[in-house]
Design a protein around this ligand. Structure first.
Ligand code: PLP
Length: 379
C-alpha cells in the first residue's frame, strides 16, 4: 500500500454511522445532527427539469470543463448575484462535487514537499488531499477570540517561503464563522505579498441569512491569486448529484482542469442541464430555504441557552458550533450525548486538535426533531 495512505485517520463519518446503526438496532430513535447532508428536498422545478432531461439524448461523456450551457448559466448567476464577470472558457471548470476539486488541487499546484497551509479545525479533505499529494502541512488554528477568522499574519517566515497555497473556508465548516470584506481584502494582500495561492472553499457561500453573501472574487486582485470552489450540493439539496465549480485565476483553473481531465470524465449532462435551467429562477427557493435554516438555528440556540451551554453565534452555514464546559473531551461528550440523550453530534476533535472543546451539530433535521431532541437535553 501507499505509505501516505497509512498516515490518514479513518474517515470519521464511517465510524459514526456504525455507532448510530448499533443504537438504532435496539429500536431507539437517534436524533442525527452529525452529517451536513440536508434533509430538505431539492426544488420541485429542478426535479422537473431533470426528469425532462432524462428523455433526451444526453447520455454520453460530457465536457470535463462543464457543459457550455451550464458554464454560461453559472457565469450569469455570478454576474447577477456577486457582480463578478467570469470567462466560461478560461475561468471556470466544473467539479464532480467540490470535494473532488478540493482533493485534486494539491496535485495541480504542488511538488512533493511543498507546504500547504490548512485552517484548523478543518474539513477533513484538506488533510487527506495534501497528505496523499505528498505535501507538508502547516496547520493554522482558528480561535474563537478572533471569531474563527484565520490569523494568516501569524504564519512564520520559514513556512511562508515554502508555502504554495492556503485552503480558506468561509462560511466555515465546522465553526460556522463568516468572513467579512476586510478579511478578504487583507487575505488577498497577504497572499500577493507572499506569493501564496488562495483556495477558497465556498461550499456554504449562499447558506447565509441576514447578510449579503460575499465571494472572494469580488475583491481586487483575487483573480491574480485565488481559486474558489462553489458547490450546488447544499444550495439545492442535491449532495448526491455531485456538481460544483472551480472558478477564478485562469492558470490555476487550467492546471486543475488538466488533473481532472485525467481523473474524471465530467458529470451526467442531464444533471448539468437541469441545474443550468434552474439557476436563473432559483432566488425565491433560496430565500425560503435560508429562512428555514435561520429558524432552526434560533431554536437550537434557544435550547442550548436554556440548558446553560454556550455556542458560537453565527449567521452562516447550517452548523452550530457548540462550546463545551471546560475539562470535557469532545469525543467523550459526543459519546455521552449519543448514549444518554440519543443525540448524534460530531466531536470537534474530528476536525483536528484545534476543534477540541466544541462539538458540531448540523441543522439538517426538521425543527420538530430539534425541539424533541433538545428537550431531552434540558432534563
Ligand atoms: C467545507 C466543505 N467543503 C466542501 C464540501 C464538499 O461539498 P460537495 O463535494 O458536495 O460540493 C463540503 C461538504 O460537506 C464541506 O463541508
Amino acid at each position: 500500500m501507499n505509505s501516505r495512505l497509512d498516515k490518514l485517520p479513518p474517515y470519521y463519518f464511517v465510524q459514526l454511522e456504525n455507532k448510530k446503526k448499533h443504537i438504532e438496532k435496539e429500536g431507539v430513535k437517534v436524533y442525527d445532527f452529525s452529517i451536513g447532508d440536508p434533509d430538505l428536498s431539492p426544488p420541485a422545478k429542478l426535479i422537473d427539469f431533470l426528469r425532462d432531461e432524462l428523455g433526451k439524448e444526453v447520455n454520453n461523456y460530457s465536457s470535463t470543463r462543464g457543459e457550455r450551457r451550464l458554464r454560461e448559466s453559472f457565469a450569469q448567476w455570478y454576474r447577477t448575484r456577486y457582480g463578478v464577470t467570469l470567462d466560461p472558457e478560461k475561468e471556470m471548470t466544473m467539479c464532480v462535487g467540490t470535494k473532488e476539486g478540493i482533493f485534486h488541487l494539491p496535485l495541480a499546484l504542488c511538488d512533493q514537499g511543498d507546504v500547504a497551509i490548512i485552517p484548523e479545525p478543518y474539513y477533513p479533505v484538506y488533510l487527506s488531499a495534501t497528505t496523499l499529494a505528498g505535501c507538508n502541512q502547516y496547520f493554522l488554528s482558528m480561535r474563537e477570540e478572533n471569531k474563527f477568522l484565520l490569523e494568516f499574519d501569524s504564519v512564520p517566515q520559514e513556512v511562508l517561503k515554502k508555502a504554495k497555497f492556503i485552503y480558506v473556508n468561509y462560511p466555515n465548516n465546522p465553526t460556522s464563522a463568516v468572513a467579512n470584506e476586510s478579511f478578504y481584502k487583507s487575505l488577498i494582500e497577504w497572499a500577493q505579498r507572499n506569493n501564496i495561492i488562495i483556495a477558497q472553499d465556498a461550499a456554504y457561500q449562499d447558506v447565509i441569512y441576514d447578510r449579503k453573501p460575499i465571494s472572494i472574487m469580488q475583491f481586487e486582485g483575487a483573480k491574480d491569486i485565488a481559486v474558489e470552489f462553489y458547490s450546488f450540493s447544499k444550495l439545492f439539496n442535491i449532495t448526491g448529484w455531485r456538481l460544483g465549480f472551480a472558478i477564478g485565476n485562469e492558470k490555476i483553473v487550467s492546471a486543475l482542469h488538466k488533473v481532472k481531465s485525467n481523473a474524471d470524465s465530467g458529470q451526467y449532462m442531464g444533471i448539468q442541464n437541469a441545474v443550468a435551467r434552474f439557476l436563473p429562477i432559483s432566488s425565491s427557493f433560496l430565500a425560503e430555504q435560508q429562512s428555514t435554516y435561520k429558524r432552526r438555528r434560533q431554536t437550537f440556540y434557544s435550547y442550548l441557552k436554556i440548558a446553560g451551554y454556550q455556542y458560537f453565534d453565527s449567521v452562516g452555514t447550517f452548523y452550530v458550533w457548540w462550546k463545551l464546559p471546560k475539562d470535557i473531551k469532545s469525543a467523550d461528550f459526543a459519546d455521552k450525548m449519543l448514549t444518554s440523550n440519543r443525540i448524534l453530534v460530531i466531536p470537534g476533535s474530528a476536525f483536528g486538535p484545534a476543534g477540541e472543546g466544541y462539538v458540531r451539530a448540523a441543522l439538517t433535521c426538521p425543527e420538530e426533531d430539534i425541539r424533541r431532541a433538545l428537550e431531552n437535553l434540558k432534563s
